[in-house]
Design a protein around this ligand. Structure first.
Ligand code: CA
Length: 223
């Protein structure tokens, strides 16, 4: 998330964190650029009026560099020219300030869903269902209570269902910036998820990472 207004950034950070996302923050153009070029994100919230380098310039250089992460542009109130420029520069969606946090979250969910090629808002793998709208997980229709780290691990695997997710990518999804990134705890989260959801739900791909079955079938053998 790139937003230089501290209060707005705090608000977004809290709302996104509650919704189960690991959030990195940048308060100016150059730090946003550095984060986007060094980390892997599911989506970017980009304020256009950033100090250092403005959002539109950042967006153009990212798209020119082949960075295809979905971008939700946050524009000043009523600035239709900014919206047009934003979309023409490669934004996937935009919101004008002041926005409702619920709408930001809904648009972020839609961006991530579309980026993964899912039309349906609910994700499914075998008998496990995950609803990002309510951060709700069920197995055969029964609610399962997960910690935020377990939820992030599961959501990342389910967004990439049918594909192997590397340990590195998972760790990046679980932890927000500047917090302890201990990849050993990943095994702990996976073990707990298996205990709560069923042992065969998450497949270990040795030396690489983990995989969940694409909805609603069973895991494919290695190609
Ligand atoms: Ca600003």
């Amino acid at each position: 998330m790139a937003e230089d207004e501290r209060a707005l950034a705090d608000q977004l950070d809290t709302a996104l964190g509650r919704a189960g996302y690991a959030v990195d923050r940048a308060a100016d153009g150059p730090s946003a650029d550095l984060l986007v070029r060094t980390e892997r994100y599911d989506a970017i919230l980009l304020d256009l009026g950033l100090p250092g380098v403005d959002g539109l310039t950042l967006l153009r250089t990212w798209r020119d560099a082949g960075i295809v992460v979905p971008v939700l542009v946050l524009t000043a109130r009523g600035s239709w020219t900014e919206r047009v420029l934003g979309i023409d520069s490669g934004a996937d969606d935009y919101l004008s300030k002041p926005y409702r946090l619920e709408e930001v979250l809904a648009r972020v969910r839609a961006l991530i869903r579309r980026a993964h090629g899912h039309a349906h808002p609910e994700l499914q793998s075998g008998e496990v269902r995950l609803d990002p709208r309510h951060t709700r997980v069920t197995v055969r229709g029964v609610d399962v209570t997960l910690t935020s780290h377990e939820y992030r691990t599961l959501a990342c695997l389910m967004h990439h269902a049918g594909r192997v997710v590397s340990r590195h990518a998972l760790v990046e999804h679980i932890y927000a910036q500047d917090r302890d990134r201990d990849s050993n705890t990943l095994e702990v989260f996976v073990a707990r998820l298996r205990r709560k959801l069923g042992a065969s739900v998450i497949e270990t791909v040795r030396g690489v990472g983990y995989r969940m079955a694409d909805a609603p079938g069973s895991p494919e053998p290695d190609a």
